[in-house]
Design a protein around this ligand. Sequence first.
Ligand code: TYM
Length: 349
Amino acid sequence: KPLVFSGVQPTGNLHLGNYLGAIRKFVALQEKHECIFCVVDMHSITAQLVHEDLKAQTRSIAAAFIAAGIDPVKHIVFNQSAVPAHAELAWIFNCVARIGWMNRMTQFKDKAGKDRENASLGLLAYPSLMAADILLYRATHVPVGDDQKQHLELTRDIAQKFNIDFSARIKASGLGVDMMVGEEKVSGYFPMTEPLIEGPAPRVMSLRDGTKKMSKSDPSDLSRINMTDDAETIGRKIRKAKTDPAPLPESLDELEGRPEAQNLVGIYAALSDKTRQQVLDEYGGQQFSVFKPAHADLAVQVLEPITAEMQRLMADPSHIDAILREGSGRANAIAEKTMADVREIIGFL
Ligand code: TYM
C-alpha cells in the first residue's frame, strides 16, 4: 500500500524553494495517499548544534504545513525527536551503511567544506538518519526537491543491503516479502522507496543567479522569497529578479541556455499548477516587463494567505503543540511495530 513520507528541517526561514519543491507537493499528494510529514529537528543539529530557538523554528515548520493546507487529522504531522525510534533505527543503519557511501554525498562535502575532519559525526551520518525516517514507516514515496535525490538513492542502497544481509533471517521470521534485487530473489523487509521529484520547479534557483539554487544560506535576501515576506517585498524581489533582455520564447527548447528565464517560467508554472509550455503559450513573445508584474501578482495571491495563516497559528503555539503531540503518538505506534520486527530480524534479545 502506498505511503508518502517527507521531512523538512527547522533551520532558518522557509523559502519558495521549500514550498514549491516540497510542501506544495505534500498538499497535492494528501488527496490520494496516506501521508506522514515530519519536522526533522534531529537533522537540524548536525550542521549547527546550538540554535537560538529550536522550539519556535520547529513550530513554524509545522505551522507552514498546516497553513499550506495539510490536514493533520487525516495525516500524521509530528516532530522527529518525539519518536525515539528514528535514532534507534539510524544507529542500525549506521552499521549497515559504509563510510565510503557517506563520504560521496555532495551535501556533506558542501556543508563540511574544506575542514572535513572538524565536521560533526552527525553531519557525516545525516543520510542514515534520513533513511531511518523514511524506512521506519516503510514509506513507498518521498516527495522532495531535486537536491535530495542523492540521499534517496542512498536510502535505497541501505534498504537493499539490509534486505540482502538479513535475507535468511527475514525469511525465517516470516516478516518479509519476496522481492527481486537485480537477478537475485530475496526475502526483503524494507521497500525500495521512490523519490517524487518531478513537476515544473524541482529545483528553484536564486532570483539573482539562475545557476545557483535558491537557499536560506545565500547572503543576498533578494535571491530568495521567504515564506514570511509581505506582498510588497515579494513584488519587489520578482521585479528585481535577474533576467536577460530577450522576450520570453514560444517553445521550451528556446529556454535552454537562459537559466533565469527558465527559473521564472518554472516558478510561475508551479504556482499556477500549469505546465511550463502552458505558461509559454500565454506569455511567449512578451517582454519581462509584462511577465514580471503578472508573476508578482500570482506569487502574492498564492503566498499571502499561507503567510497570514502561519502568523495566526504561531500567535498561540498550544494548537500547533497539540497537533505535534497527537501526531507523534500516532507515528510512534507505527514506528514501534517496525522496531519490534527489526530487533527480531537482527537478533537483539
Ligand atoms: P530541507 O529542510 O533542506 O528542505 C526541505 C525540502 O525543500 C526542498 N528544497 C528545494 N526544492 C526546490 N528548490 C530549492 N531551491 C529547494 N531548497 C530546498 C528540499 O529538497 C526538501 O524536499 N534532508 C532533508 C530533510 C529530510 C527528509 C527526510 C526529506 C530529513 N529526513 C526524509 C525527506 C524524507 C532536507 O534537508 O531538506
